[in-house]
Ligand binder design. Structure first.
Ligand code: MN
Length: 201
């Protein structure tokens, strides 16, 4: 049985950019529901229920056909949200990547600001509900991708380094239709040390 992971900070830790009420609902209602429906789907499938959520999403195409869509949606929801909470932290005055991830971002995108422009384009360009990601591919290269609904980058062979939830439930209470403003403020909340620690050598 999967259970709701505790947030690594308080519900109001991301204020004023992500409000306490949004965080509380997002974590205790939305994330919990993905977990409940994932557990329902995996009932009676001990072989899969014993794996980690990342292992399940990485091997999604081998999940039995009759539950594959449920696992794709709700397992993806669990994997994506568990990841998302980890790469955020309280806002800081100046928030720039350090270490190897900073070097790789400069190599791939030219500068942090060019990376932010491209990541923002991806996040604001997701049509409907989904996510934008910075991922590392098998060869070690960084890329920005978008996924629809709760599809996990792991199922596409990508290792997520950074991701933003652009479902309306992630920002609507505070930002209403202003997704671009939510995305701009997201950069102040990135835990770059955590992002860096997810790089593969
Ligand atoms: Mn969400």
């Amino acid at each position: 049985m999967f259970t709701l992971p505790k947030l690594p900070y308080e519900y109001d830790a991301l204020e004023p950019y992500i409000d306490e009420e949004t965080m509380r609902l997002h974590h205790t209602k939305h994330h919990q529901t993905y977990i409940d429906k994932l557990n329902q789907a995996l009932e009676g499938n001990n072989e899969w229920a014993d794996k980690s959520i990342d292992e399940i999403m990485t091997n999604l195409s081998s999940v039995p056909q009759d539950i594959q869509t449920a696992v794709r949606n709700h397992g993806g929801g669990h994997a994506n949200h568990s990841f998302f909470w980890q790469i955020l932290r309280s806002p800081q005055e100046s928030n720039e990547p350090a270490g190897q991830v900073a070097e790789l971002i400069n190599q791939k995108f030219g500068s942090l600001s060019d990376f932010q422009t491209k990541f923002t384009e991806a996040a604001t360009g997701v049509f409907g509900s989904g996510w934008a990601w910075l991922v590392q591919d098998k060869g070690g290269e960084l890329n920005i991708i978008k996924t629809a609904n709760q599809d996990s980058p792991l199922s596409l062979g990508h290792k997520p380094l950074l991701g933003i939830d652009v479902w309306e439930h992630a920002y609507y209470l505070k930002y209403q239709n202003r997704r671009a403003e939510y995305v701009a403020n997201f950069f102040k909340l990135i835990n770059w040390e955590e992002v860096n620690s997810r790089l593969e050598a």
